[in-house]
Design a protein. Structure first.
Length: 149
């Protein structure tokens, strides 16, 4: 083995997500060849946190390098959908390693309670999309006082 080949192998680390992507691609090709096509979107889901307070659901999605105009947020009943595209940036050098995802993303979640769509607040700061969804009056948590001796 040449010295440069050994040096290249030392720089490469194991990435379990790359192996999972490879397995998913193989399964998609197998389904396509067996059944004539599998319903795949080619999209991935960004990391998302959902916090519930007494009055709101707060959703935070990591979307680095995404512009506001490249994100589509929809709310229908209590189903939230966040879709968009992270564009591959132009590079001048050789890309030696890539672990950040690019391309279409799609995140959907059914919230456990109804929200008021017209009161939803959205902001994008430092690569994090933050949605504050206010609960409908009938679906807010209420403390019930217990009476008696």
């Amino acid at each position: 083995m040449a010295e440069s080949d050994r040096h290249d192998k030392e720089l490469t680390s194991w990435n379990p997500f790359r192996e999972l992507d490879d397995i998913q691609n193989r399964m998609s090709r197998l389904l396509e060849s067996t059944f004539g096509g599998a319903p795949t979107t080619g999209a991935w889901s960004p990391p998302v946190d959902i916090e519930e307070t007494d009055d709101t659901f707060v959703v935070e999605a990591e979307l680095p390098d995404v512009k506001r105009e490249d994100i589509d947020v929809e709310l229908k009943d209590n189903e939230l959908s966040i879709r968009g595209d992270i564009k591959e940036r132009e590079r001048t050098g050789v890309l030696r390693r890539q672990t950040r995802r690019t391309g279409r993303f799609d995140y959907r979640v059914t919230l456990p309670g109804h929200v008021e769509a017209d009161r939803t607040e959205a902001s994008l700061k430092d690569g994090v999309l933050r949605l504050t969804l206010h609960k409908s009056e009938g679906h807010k948590r209420r403390r019930i006082e217990i009476s008696g001796p």
